[in-house]
Design a protein around this ligand. Structure first.
Ligand code: NAD
Length: 268
């Protein structure tokens, strides 16, 4: 190992980041790799593009980067992914539960299958991945679980029943994991972003426009950024920097927290 790599704060650690082929997950995976961690990517997308991203991260960060295409809506695929990661790297030290989907509709029209899909991916998958790594982290006396919740894990907005319910659930699950891991060097925290400009946000603009009966520009100004006092989208790089900090030694005593990164939204 070169002296340059050994100086990196997460050198020798392995991180698995769910939903890291895009948006916040990719930003976090990149930041963790640049901090020296080996990384397992996961998520959907064009296989060639994913391979290009994987190879690029490996080259720029000089760490090992793997990709696992598990569909996290399926608990058996989650179990298989977690087993493959442990076989490949020996263990998972840092688990970032990031994969998530959104659907926007008034409650009375909200399709039950969308409810089930959102609860399944945004909440239940967090349980399944964490359950798979928890015993190993406790035994090794080190673990970092970082759940990407949302400002919607702390407050609600109309038309997002399933998402708000799932994200509040993630914040609660994070607290339970923090208590159970506290004496074993395992921390669990939730990052609660406000609006971050990613494909997930871009896709929901049309749905929001329909639900509110207004145009795209008005959705951005009057619905999305209306919530954020600083009137700015957060960046995936900011999410990456916080995940690196929470993964490192300086955050050993931060556990069970739901950390807003929302330009002041939840200070209201
Ligand atoms: P995104 O749509 O850009 O990325 C979502 C990722 O999840 C992709 O990699 C996608 O392939 C993956 N994914 C989707 N379904 C999956 C499945 N069944 N199995 C495995 N992977 C799957 O979204 P994003 O905006 O980067 O959001 C990431 C997380 O951050 C989500 O949990 C979201 O709720 C949360 N979040 C986003 C914002 C925001 O403003 N973008 C704000 C708060 C919270």
């Amino acid at each position: 190992m070169s002296p340059e790599i050994s100086l990196k704060s997460l050198s020798g650690r392995t991180a698995l980041v769910t939903g890291s082929t895009s948006g916040i997950g990719l930003g976090i995976a990149r930041a963790l790799a640049q901090a020296g961690a080996n990384v397992v990517l996961n998520g959907f997308g064009d296989e060639k593009e994913i391979e290009t991203t994987r190879a690029m991260l490996e080259e720029e960060a000089m760490v090992q980067v793997a990709y696992d295409k598990a569909n996290l809506a399926k608990p058996d695929e989650i179990a298989a992914m977690m087993a493959r990661a442990s076989t490949m790297f020996g263990q998972v030290d840092i688990l970032v539960n990031n994969a998530g989907i959104q659907f926007v509709s008034p409650l009375e029209d909200f399709p039950p299958e969308r409810w089930d899909a959102i609860i399944g991916l945004n909440l239940s998958a967090v349980f399944h991945t964490s359950r798979a790594v928890f015993a190993g982290m406790k035994a090794r006396r080190f673990g970092r679980i970082i759940n990407i919740a949302s400002a919607h894990g702390l407050v609600a907005s109309p038309f997002k029943s399933a998402y708000v319910a799932a994200k509040h659930g993630v914040v609660g699950l994070t607290k339970v994991m923090a208590l159970e891991g506290a004496q074993f060097g395992v921390t669990a925290n939730a990052i609660c972003p406000g609006y971050v400009w990613t494909p997930l946000v871009e896709k929901q603009i049309d749905d929001q426009a329909k639900a509110h009966g207004i145009g795209r520009e008005e959705v951005i100004r009057d619905v999305l950024l209306a919530q954020q006092p600083n009137k700015m989208f957060a960046t995936v790089e900011e999410m990456g920097a916080l995940a690196v900090f929470l993964s490192g030694p300086g955050a050993a005593s931060i556990t069970g927290a739901a950390l807003p990164v929302d330009g002041g939204w939840t200070a209201h």
